[in-house]
Structures are given as C-alpha cells and as structure tokens.
Design a binder for this molecule. Structure first.
Ligand code: CP
Ligand code: NVA
Length: 313
C-alpha cells in the first residue's frame, strides 16, 4: 500500500485535493478496507494523536475517526466544544498553537467555516474538517469512494441531489467536478447551493469533462441519474429556520414515486442521520436501492487514508 503525498497540509474542503490525489487516496482506502476485512491493520499512525473538537453532535464522524486512528496504532482525544476553553473565549489561534504542541492532527466539527480555515492557518499540524456549516469533505470523499467501488468508470456516472443546497451538497459538488462525475441538483430557489461554489465547480468540471446542473425539478434531476442523494432539510444549527425550510422543501423528497421516474437500477444515498418520511421515505431507505450503510462504513476507511496521508509517517 502506498501512502500518497498530498500537496496540502489540511483537508478543509474537497477542493484542497486534485483528481490524482483523490484517486490515490481511494487506492489506499481500498487497500486499508481489504486488510481490515482480514482483521489486519497496518501501523501507519503508530503513536500518533488526533484531537477531535466537536461543537456539534455526531455519531459517524466521532466513532469512525476514533476507531480509524486506533486501528492504525494511534489514538484520539474527544474534545467536547462545551468543555474546552474555546467555549470560554480562548481564541482559535491560541487553541491551534497549544494543540499543535501536543498532537499530530486536529479534526474539528464546528459552525462557521471560517473557524476551520483559521484553525488550519494557525495550527502547525494537519487540520481535518469534520463538518462546518459550509462543507463536509470527509462525507463526500466517502460517498464517491462508495460509488467508485461499484463503478470504476467514474466519468460515466451521473449523481442527482434532491433537497437542501447545504454543506453536504457543497462538498458533493466539489468532489463530483474534480472527479468528472455529472451532478444535477434539484433545490428550491431559496435553498440553492452557494453560487460561488457552483461557479468554481463548473470551471473545474469543464476541465474534467463533467457538468454541474441546478434545476427546480426533482423528476428532471433523477431521470438519468445512477445515484440519487439527499440529506436532512434542517441541518445542525438551523433549528430556528425549520418551519420555513420544511415548507420550501416539501416536494424535494426521495419517494418511491420519484424513483419510478428514473433508472430502475439507480441507487439511493444519504449521509445520515436521516429523518424518515421527511426528506426520504422510510420504505426507500429500508429498500435494496439504498446504499447508506456502505457510505457510513466507508467514512472509516476513507478517513484512515486521509489521516495516513496527512499525519502518517
Ligand atoms: N454523516 C455524518 O457526518 O454523521 P454524524 O453527524 O453522525 O457524524
Ligand atoms: N447537513 C447535515 C449533515 C449532517 C451529517 C448537517 O449539517 O446537520
């Protein structure tokens, strides 16, 4: 197994990576996953420490990062955002400087994306974005690895995303554009993805030979899609906007009816946690069309590869 050299210290957004770097990470991910299935784990992170700052809830990210670093010979520290000094006004700069004296990498889940950018700039050790209000790069990498396992020819794949143009959508857009995967997003006008991210991704996609399309029409989005993705309507921190968002997103749901308008072999994706019978029908989530637990599992394997590349020997 080869640990790729990346031209970045941090993983703040998917755009920190090139196509070749993502493919090299996927190759390492596949190797680590094969080894793990045989009960073997290389010690690529021997004696390395990862600090994990969580200012928002998490199941997958917390467990997959901690398990991943432990499997490879290192260990993780869970830092609850409410009980570290950051909460009492210590600056991100000082926190970054201090943690850099103790640990070999920092993972952060926070609200403002600027917090991740500032932490990465101030820390001398690698910083990994475990979700901000704008981006969720580890999720998108795990999702496209899940697709790559099934369809080696990524450039022939089309993904539809139906719902809120949120942090997960942003990272999927960036990753699709870099990898040459077509992505069509069906969103209501007021909840489209950030236009700057879309424009940048379109420039990248024009070079990789794919397209980023935005539509209001979920049926048009899913018609030719091989993978149909959705995420919750109300992201963490948006609880006050719940009523307005639920009204606007009411027809942007993955249902059996919507799936019947598309390819019979399309697969359904969701980063989880899901709100059953809100953005996705429970029957769809529980059907053979859904590959959501493969995505969840692949968070573990992809993040191990990312940590090896950023923090490994
Ligand atoms: N998909 C994801 O990031 O899940 P958690 O919020 O449980 O970490
Ligand atoms: N968009 C969701 C993703 C959760 C993994 C949120 O930010 O809450």
């Amino acid at each position: 197994m080869r640990i790729p050299k990346l031209n970045t210290k941090d993983l703040v957004t998917v755009s920190d990576l090139t196509r070749n770097e993502i493919m090299a990470l996927f190759n390492l991910t596949a190797g680590l996953k094969r080894d793990a299935a045989r009960g073997r784990h290389p010690d690529f992170l021997k004696k390395k420490s990862l600090a994990m700052i969580f200012e928002k809830s998490s199941t997958r990210t917390r467990v997959s990062f901690e398990t991943g670093v432990t499997q490879l010979g290192g260990h993780a520290l869970f830092l609850d955002g409410n009980s570290i000094q950051l909460r009492r006004g210590e600056t991100i700069f000082d926190t970054a400087k201090v943690l850099s004296r103790y640990v070999d990498g920092i993972m952060i889940r926070t609200f403002s994306h600027d917090n991740v950018v500032e932490l990465a700039k101030s820390a001398s050790v690698p910083v990994i974005n475990g979700l901000s209000d704008e981006h969720h790069p580890c999720q998108a990498l795990a999702d496209f690895f899940t697709i790559f396992e099934r369809d080696r020819r990524l450039k022939e794949v089309t993904m539809a995303y139906v719902g809120d143009g949120n942090n997960v959508a942003h990272s999927l857009i960036q990753c699709a554009a870099i990898l040459g995967v077509n992505i069509v997003l069906a969103c209501p006008a007021q909840y489209e993805p950030d236009p700057t991210i879309v424009e940048d991704a379109r420039r990248v996609a024009s070079r990789s030979g794919s397209k980023v399309t935005i539509t209001r029409d979920p049926e048009a989005a899913v018609r030719d899609a091989h993978y149909i993705y959705t995420d919750v309507w109300i992201s963490m921190g948006e609880e006050k906007k719940a009523a307005a968002k639920k009204r606007a997103l009411a027809k942007y749901r993955i249902t059996k009816e919507l799936l019947s308008k598309g390819r019979p072999d399309s697969k359904v994706m969701h980063c989880l946690p899901a709100h059953r019978d809100e953005e996705i029908e429970a029957d769809v989530l529980d059907s053979g069309r859904a590959i959501v637990f493969d995505e969840a599992e692949n968070r573990l394997h992809v993040q191990k590869a990312v940590m090896c590349a950023l923090m490994g020997k």
